[in-house]
Design a protein around this ligand. Sequence first.
Ligand SMILES: CC(C)(COP(=O)(O)OP(=O)(O)OC[C@H]1O[C@@H](n2cnc3c(N)ncnc32)[C@H](O)[C@@H]1OP(=O)(O)O)[C@@H](O)C(=O)NCCC(=O)NCCS
Length: 161
Amino acid sequence: MSDPWLRTLDGDWLEAVERIEHHGQPHPWSRVQLMGALTDPQGSVWGVGVGEQASEGLCGFAVLSRQPFDAELQAITVAPQVRRQGLAGRLVTALIDQAVGWGSERLLLEVRASNQAALALYRRSGFRDDGVRRGYYPPLNGCGAREDALLMSFPLVGSRG
Ligand SMILES: CC(C)(COP(=O)(O)OP(=O)(O)OC[C@H]1O[C@@H](n2cnc3c(N)ncnc32)[C@H](O)[C@@H]1OP(=O)(O)O)[C@@H](O)C(=O)NCCC(=O)NCCS
C-alpha cells in the first residue's frame, strides 16, 4: 500500500463516508447522523486514504467529539478490504493529537464487549479499561441478550511536552 494520507473531512465527503460505514459496520450510522458529525462545530471527522485525496481513495474514518473536559471517540470504521494494514491505528493517533490540541484531559470511548478487533486496537493504542456498562447495546443480530459496553480512556494530560 502506498503511504496513506490523513485529513479532516467535511460535508463534501458524505457519500464516501456513508459507503464505508454501510460496508464496514454491522449497525451503521444513518446518513443524517453522518452528516451531523461531518458538520459538527464541536467535533471533527478524520479520514484516512490512499492515492488521491478524493472520495475514491477514502479507506476509513473516525468521529471525535469535544466535550467540556474530555474528548470522545464516537465511531471508527475501516473498509473491510483494507483492514489489518494499520489504518485504524493511524486514525487513532490523529484523534489523540486533535484532542491534545483541544486541551482535553482524556480521550474516552465505549465498545461492545464482543468486538475483539476494536478492543485489540484500543489496548494496543494505549487505552485502559475503566469499567463496564451492563446491557448497554442491543443484541448484534436483533435477538438474544443485550450486550455490555466496555468503557475505556486514554489519558492526555501530560502526554505531550
Ligand atoms: C476495528 C477496526 C476499525 C480496525 O481497523 P484496522 O485498520 O483493521 O486496524 P489496524 O490495522 O490499524 O490494527 C491495529 C491493531 O489492532 C489490532 N487488531 C485490529 N483488527 C484486529 C482483529 N481483527 N483481530 C485482532 N486484533 C486486531 C491488532 O493489534 C492490530 O495490529 P496488528 O495488525 O499489527 O496486529 C476495523 O476492524 C473495523 O472497521 N471494524 C468494524 C467497525 C468497528 O467495530 N469499529 C469500532 C467500534 S467501537
